[in-house]
Design a protein around this ligand. Sequence first.
Ligand code: 2HG
Ligand code: ZN
Length: 451
Amino acid sequence: MTLLDELRGVVGQTHVLVEDDLRRSYETDWTGRFSGKALAVVRPGSTEEVAGVVRTCAAAGVPLVVQGGNTGLVGGSIPAGGEVLLSLTRLDGLGEIDEAASQVTVGAGATLAALQAHARGKDLDVGVDLAARDSATIGGLVATNAGGIRVLRYGSMRAQVVGAEAVLADGSIVSRMAGLAKDNTGYDLVSLLCGSEGTLGVLTNLRLRLVPRLRARCVALVALEDTAAAVHVLPGLRDRLPELAAAELFFADGLALVRGYAGLPAPFPQEYPAYLVLESAGRNDPTDQLVEAIAELDGLLDATVATDASTQRALWAYREQHTEAISAAGVPVKLDVSVPLRALAGLVDRLPAVIAAVVPQARPIVFGHVNEGNLHVNVLGTGELAEEVTDAVLRLVAELDGSISSEHGVGRAKVPWLGLSRSDAEIAAMRAIKRALDPQGLLNPGVLLPD
Ligand code: 2HG
Ligand code: ZN
């Protein structure tokens, strides 16, 4: 029996996709920058089927690439060539909400938007939110420890995870799904799997904490002089606004691109250099508090406040449409970095010259999650010099004590630069863990760790 026949025996004939046109949408990432051919796309419908697929591939010595909604931005779920691509989107079950614990069990392939709708039905919500919510899957968000726009309030994905079930490289299933608030029985395997980018196990089910649904919201768009001004106002905003849920930074060039792409009106009669989207959310209307806090901001150039849902969505669109607007303008080099807040303004100031020294006509568009010092450095027009631009930016970030990947992960895109953020001893420890759990190197080879 061939490997494909065996896989058909595990998941059923219709869930092994071998024809080019059926595989295609799985084989290229969202930005169009990464693509590779899979031996087949296999779509298991249960944890047992995932285990069967992993065992079958292990016996044949064929590696696997794990994929959720294919919204990743670092090529981590795209084959290098010849792997079996394990698509988890059929594992989309949404368990009953446990209201006593404010927790839910959810399949790895459920989308964030589906889980949000499910939780909101019980007046609860998911602590993580991001623009790719309609396609991004919970398994992918956990595997990459995704961040998003509410990290300021609720932390990244790891902070939402209270349990996980996963298939390891030998086909065994580990399951810690009780959602215990206290559990000190040794190594935290669940946390280890979180952010491991599919290299240590295949997440199949997750147990997540939920947060209260905060119906009363107020969104503001604030115009400022520059990044330094945005960083300067943060402590006051955090202090005055315990209900602050988001603080997102973008600049005049990004706003112009977004407006052109999405046909949006100007937010203010005149253009300003830098903008912050602020959101406060609570049980009671946070508008007065937010308006008062904004009125006292040092260096405030202009502000507009939205209290109804559609105007709030319109203000958020200026920020959330950045990714799509940039991709519509070309295939960008996407870098996702963080530096200590004290270094953020220096990074933003130095980026244009550092990039121009490599490609004078390149067009950087920068935006991000200011409270975490997390900047999305997107560079259009790098031509053949994508790697050189990446190298220059990531070296600058390392010089500023930053991280080369703040929330998107290392994937395939940043493997050569891992040593800028991790010491030799750390990389050796990570390799030892990888070898112990996946001695054949079957799971996501070429992702995260250098060969
Ligand atoms: C966001 O914050 C995402 O919107 C995507 O992390 C960032 O497109 C990007 O570079
Ligand atoms: Zn982001």
